[in-house]
Design a binder for this molecule. Sequence first.
Ligand code: ADP
Ligand code: MG
Length: 234
Amino acid sequence: MQKLNKIYEGKAKILYTTENPDLLIQYFKDDATAFNAQKKGVIDQKGIINNKIATKVFEFLKTRGIVTHFEQFLNDREMLIKKVEIVPIEVIIRNRAAGSLCRILGLPEGMTLKCPVLEFCYKKDELGDPLINESHILALGLATEQEIKTITQMTLTINGLLKEFFAKINIELIDFKIELGRYKGSIILADEISPDTCRLWEIGTGNKLDKDRFRRDMGQIEEAYQEVLRRVSQ
Ligand SMILES: Nc1ncnc2c1ncn2[C@@H]1O[C@H](COP(=O)(O)OP(=O)(O)O)[C@@H](O)[C@H]1O
Ligand SMILES: [Mg+2]
């Protein structure tokens, strides 16, 4: 599949059109950003690692009945995906307190939550992706009530599946962010699932295997991403 035109360059990926109007090529860059792009850097090999991890995760989810935009792994940095209309909402699921939840509610990092916390953020870089609720989504017309129901149900199901997927390789899924899109009348999983978009802690040691190593200058960033790839490839 040939790349035609670049239609979008984001913080971590580039999208290209193909001869097929329904399909795009998603190219993974090594660029890393954090804190609403105030912190910028490069994680060597990240694009390659994330493309491979996302491929494994999408393939796993497909076997469990989740419809995703993933079509095919093309090469180290590129995957073929279905072109969707992205719902401008980032959906976050948290199984333990970390990151912004600790900041907003004054919780200790790693606190066990009685049930998963579901959050919606408005996907708008200029505003720093603010936290919103269902009422905001309806009032702004970002998604319909039915879509919110579908998105909520899908996200909770994906959480259950991914918790089990990572637990098998001795990793605890602390939280993650997903993006969903509209494709031929249904809502499907889009974007990526990788150590950029998940918090992943090694079971037993609590060792962080995700972008928090970059956010907090903890070092061994590439090694942590490689370790996740090694385990999901088992
Ligand atoms: N299947 C898809 N079809 C169309 N757009 C997509 C699809 N999957 C992801 N996207 C969008 O492509 C962009 C991916 O690049 P990324 O670097 O993550 O961008 P951003 O800086 O906006 O987060 C995101 O804006 C994401 O919403
Ligand atoms: Mg993104």
